[in-house]
Design a protein around this ligand. Structure first.
Ligand code: PEP
Ligand code: MG
Length: 588
């Protein structure tokens, strides 16, 4: 048995067989084919291309059957590449020049497919990943190396990987995957967010995880303590099974009473508890857990699953489905926040978190932005839709975004399309400049939603996904708390509502602290909603206000956390178990 340590990002315990995911491209060597071997080499390549095509069609069917056809769309392009006559003829010419099938194929791709992308003016750059994927698949097949996709996991598997690219993350099927562990990533990285959304226990940032790993060996992912156990002893497995049973019973005790959608404290202050979603398939979980509505719809996953920019119609269908399903409750749709660790293939940058992210990217691609704005506006005719712009750092950005929103409205009016002309417009406050100038920003918007993940990252200069410095990433850092207090104060002074949608809003200590600081809304991963409702319903804002104000006097995150744990469990003995749980800084 081997125990490796990492960061617990999604709670629970996963027991299963190891499924090793690797996406490394195979290495190629140039080999000269003798004259008499040329025809045989051509036949070998033709056979592999044909079997790869078959493999892709099967994969497409498998993905459609288990997750829905929209997830399988991207494979269409890969299948087309393999039937392109120009590509096949260059392959044949290259082999005729004594190149091996592997070398001939990769050279042909470089000659035919890549220039097509360049000629497209960069807009189809994300296709690069499809070209790389399909090339790797053909090469792996030529070299008799197996290709793996997360969709191929068997039931009761634990996925282990160095990293999981965004297009594969969304293929994690919670019915089969018991746990996830990776070598890279942190508490608020996007693998963590999806693992939580799918309620899959996960531990990230596990050093040397993939070294010397035996496929199908037993693995335990301990999302409670941040450990991965390789080949655990039978005794360990049975202890973990016991713990899992207890954990499930404890969760059930919290979930059994379906909370109505209104959440009010003992002293009658209403706080909306909403859910963060990435895909419309999460609406079911959101309803089951009794969330008020959607506090954050991260639309980039629609783009990432399709691996292309979806059309206005495709987006409109998705947004209006969410709006009408949840009507009259709100659905806050955030415009595309691409960049950071959610990079569209082909748009990689040296410093992505400080680069061409979110609105910065969209301002340079107005046509894509306008399509999304029109789709969101049109969906507002079907329910209570609000729009939110992420990564706002300057007043000029909110002005420009609103100007484009007005243009989108004009275009829809001209086309006779319906939308809600009064749709609320908000921003995410997640950059210190916006937090510091919150009073100025408040004049331009209808609400603020504080993104504590990025606010922490940018205030403390700590990469949110870097496991090496994860100890430094802490939303309870007094500097972050001061900014949060400032934003809530500025919002209320300007009579606009203020919510929090970062991971802090899902943590018992964070929920109590933010309620004490005066937030109007908390939005979190759906399964954290029952705990949040329970804390809010059983506490008094006047008490929480005093606790929050004292917490802000401390100078280190450790002191803040220690104080909150002690004080909250003393004030609310009924909730002590929740506040004192080993993972009380994380959701249960
Ligand atoms: C945040 O930054 O806190 C947030 C909610 O947005 P994301 O995690 O998608 O960056
Ligand atoms: Mg953010």
């Amino acid at each position: 048995m081997k125990i490796l340590r990492g960061i617990a990002v999604s709670s629970g315990i996963g027991i299963g067989k190891a499924f090793l995911f690797t996406s490394k491209p195979p290495e190629l060597r140039r080999v000269r084919i003798p004259e008499k071997g040329i025809e045989g080499e051509k036949e070998r390549l033709a056979a592999v291309i044909s079997s790869t095509r078959k493999e892709l069609v099967e994969l497409q069917e498998k993905i459609s059957a288990s997750l829905g056809s929209e997830f399988a769309d991207f494979l269409e392009v890969q299948i087309q590449i393999l039937t392109d006559p120009a590509l096949l003829s260059v392959c044949s010419r290259n082999i005729g020049e004594a190149q091996s099938a592997e070398y001939a194929f990769s050279k042909a791709v470089a000659e035919i497919a890549r220039p097509l992308l360049d000629a497209s003016g960069g807009l189809f750059k994300e296709r690069l990943a499809d070209i790389e994927d399909v090339t790797n698949r053909v090469l792996r097949n030529l070299l008799s190396m197996p290709s793996v996709s997360i969709i191929d996991v068997e039931k009761n598997s634990v996925v282990l990987a160095h990293n999981i690219p965004p297009s594969e993350i969304v293929l994690l099927d919670p019915r089969k995957v018991q746990g996830v562990a990776t070598e890279i990533g942190g508490r608020t990285s996007h693998i963590a967010i999806i693992a939580k959304a799918f309620e899959i226990p996960a531990v990230l940032g596990v050093e040397n995880l993939c070294d010397n790993l035996e496929l199908l060996e037993d693995v335990v992912v301990d999302g409670q303590r941040g450990q991965v156990l390789l080949s655990p002893t039978k005794r360990r497995i049975s202890t973990y099974k016991e713990e899992l049973k207890e954990l499930r019973a404890f969760r059930k005790s919290l979930y059994s009473k379906q909370p109505p959608r209104v959440v009010i404290t003992l002293d009658e202050r209403k706080i909306d508890v909403s859910a963060n979603i990435e895909l419309t398939s999460e609406i079911y979980a959101l309803k089951r857990y009794g969330a008020h509505g959607v506090g954050l719809f991260r639309t980039e996953y629609i783009f990432l699953t399709k691996r292309r920019f979806p059309t206005e119609e495709e987006q409109y269908r998705i947004y209006s489905e969410a709006a009408s399903e949840l009507k009259p409750h709100p659905v806050i749709i955030r415009t595309l926040d691409i960049g950071g660790d959610k990079v569209l293939p082909g748009y990689e940058e040296a410093n992505p978190f400080l680069g061409w992210r979110a609105v910065r990217f969209l301002f340079d691609h107005e046509e894509i932005f306008l399509e999304q704005l029109r789709a969101i506006l049109r969906s507002s005719a079907h329910g209570n839709v609000k729009i939110m712009f992420p990564m706002i750092s300057a007043i000029s950005e909110i002005r420009f975004a609103k100007r484009l929103l007005e243009s989108a409205k004009e275009q829809l009016k001209e086309a006779g399309q319906k939308f809600d002309p009064e749709m609320e417009v908000g921003i995410m406050v997640e950059i210190p400049s916006a937090a510091l100038l919150a009073d100025k920003f408040a004049k331009h918007v209808d609400f603020f939603s504080i993104g504590t993940n990025d606010l922490t990252q940018y205030t403390l200069a700590v990469d949110r996904g870097n496991e090496k410095i994860s100890e430094l990433f802490n939303h309870y850092h007094p500097a972050v708390l001061q900014l949060i207090r400032r934003v809530i104060g500025a919002g209320h002074k300007a009579h606009i509502w203020v919510g929090v949608c970062g991971e802090m809003a899902a943590e018992p200590l964070g929920i109590a602290l933010l309620a004490g600081l005066g937030v109007d809304e908390l939005s979190m991963t759906p399964c954290a909603v029952p705990v949040a409702c329970r804390i809010i319903r059983n506490s008094r804002v006047d008490e929480l206000r005093k606790i929050a104000s004292k917490a802000l006097e401390y100078s280190t995150p450790t002191e803040v956390i220690r104080y909150l744990r002690r004080q909250l469990s003393r004030t609310y003995p009924d909730l002590a178990k929740v506040f004192l749980a080993r993972k009380s800084v994380c959701y249960l």
